[in-house]
Structure formats: C-alpha cells, structure tokens
Design a protein around this ligand. Sequence first.
Ligand code: UDP
Length: 294
Amino acid sequence: MFCLDNLITGSRHNIAHLFEEERFHFVKHDVTEYMYIKGPLDYILHFASPASPIDYLQLPIQTLKVGSLGTHKALGLAKDKGARFLLASTSETYGDPLVHPQTEDYWGNVNPVGPRGVYDEAKRFAEAITMAYHRAHDVDTRIVRIFNTYGPRMRIDDGRVVPTFIAQALRGEGLTVFGDGSQTRSFCYVQDLINGIFNLIFNTDYHDPVNLGNPSEMSITDFAKAILKFTGSESELTFQDLPVDDPKVRKPDISLAKKLFTWHPEVSLEDGIRETLKYFKGNPDLVPTAKKKG
Ligand code: UDP
C-alpha cells in the first residue's frame, strides 16, 4: 500500500498510526510529477487536491495542476498497472446550482474565471479525463462527487466551516458567519462517506459520477447555532462578507447511490460533531477560553 502526498495541505500526523503497518509505504511526492511504483497495483484512489476554499484560493495554480496534470498521471499509472481507479470529485462541479437538490445528470452552473473556478474547473476536467481514459483505454474507473464532509483529522485552520466554527466556539470567539447565513449546506460524517466510497469501488461496476453526501440540509446560521449547542459555548455569531461565488444552496440527491449499493448516511450531526470535538479538544493550538454553560 503506497500513500503519495506532497503535504501542502495535509500532515504526516494524520497517517502516523499507519507507519506501524508493514505494508504501508509513504512517499512524499507531488502527483503532478511522474510517478513510478514498482510491482503490481490493484487500486488507485486519487484524492490529491486542496479541498478548502481558503486553501485553493491560496494555492490556485497547484489546485489546477493537481486536478489536471495530477489526474492525468494517476490515470496513466492505472492504465499501466491495470488498476481500478477512483477519482474523488466534488459537489463543486455543480457550482452555484440552479437544480436543487443536485442530481448527477445536472451539468452545473460554474463561473470558470471566478476565484473558485480553479477548483471547480480542475475537478470538471478531472472527471472529463477520467471518462476519456475509461472510454478510450478501457480503464476501470469510478467517480465520486463528494459533498461537504467533516470529521476528525481536519486541519483546525483549514478555513472550512466545520473546523472554523468548532475552534471559535471552543475558544469563546465569535462564530464568523459569512453573508446573512441563509446559504445552505448538508454535512456528512467521514465514516459514512468512507462506507459509500468502499461500496462504489468494490460493489458496483458503475462508471458515471455518483453523489455521496448527507441530504440533511441546513442554513449556515442554523449550523452555527447547532455548534453552540453541542459545545455548550456562549459565543455569538458575527456576520462577515460572503465570499465571491459562494453557492447559495447545496444538497445531494443520493437516489443513485441508494439504488446502486443501498447506501445511506447513518451518523447524525450530533454524533458526528461529538466525535469531531473529541479530536479537536486534543489539539494544542486550541486555547480553551470558552465559557462553558452549567
Ligand atoms: N462559512 C462561514 N464561515 C466560515 C467559513 C465558511 O459562514 O468561517 C460558510 C461559507 O460561506 C459557505 C459554508 O460556510 O457558505 C461552507 O463553507 P466551507 O468553506 O466549509 O465549504 P464550501 O461548502 O463553501 O465548499
């Protein structure tokens, strides 16, 4: 088992527990460069990319390169080894969607030249080249469109709403709601996502994109209030400007995944946030100044 990562947004700490496994090999490598792996490979899971809006706005060229050149290299390796290939795509391929909830046959509403375009278009290209390798070279491919997912091992400062609100609530700082907070998201716990991805790889022979996410949609203001409740924090909500092209709604239609492999998310927001909190509370960067109720 080989894990390749250039660690520009990730951390060795997240895989420290795997170093004990004899079959696990970590290679610090940028997948936009040529990859050589000795011996056979059965599966290639291509997850490499910055995934937080703050990260990909700071790393626009790297984001475009990993989605395009990195996907090309990973597909080339899959073709060479005869490996099954999974592309981690994203709900961002739908942009600011005009169809709600989002079904896989919706082509999306993406601003190619806006600041988020670097991620959205890289992933749209990644899907296109994955389908091309499937059709032209018969590579056994899968594409998962991942909707907002959270859980332990997220970077506390990655800028996404889940770690940001949790950190702010635990520190007793204001929760920075962007815009008027009426935009919606649907949050999926990481273990549910992983179960879905395993099903897609091992229990189907389906090559077109499949949505995976939790359809329980909520506004960002309601999400902020839920975090205050789960943490017992007395922080307030502070409103800031909405980032450019921030999607107004997002909710996966998961009928296809249900039909293909009878999957649905099982972890409630409360249980998922409880597990995530356990992880963040152990983070030395957290200064626990929050006044707790009770
Ligand atoms: N958001 C927010 N405050 C923050 C970070 C994010 O209100 O400190 C909002 C953001 O504008 C978006 C939603 O939360 O509407 C989800 O943002 P995130 O960065 O987690 O991912 P996105 O779904 O935009 O890719």
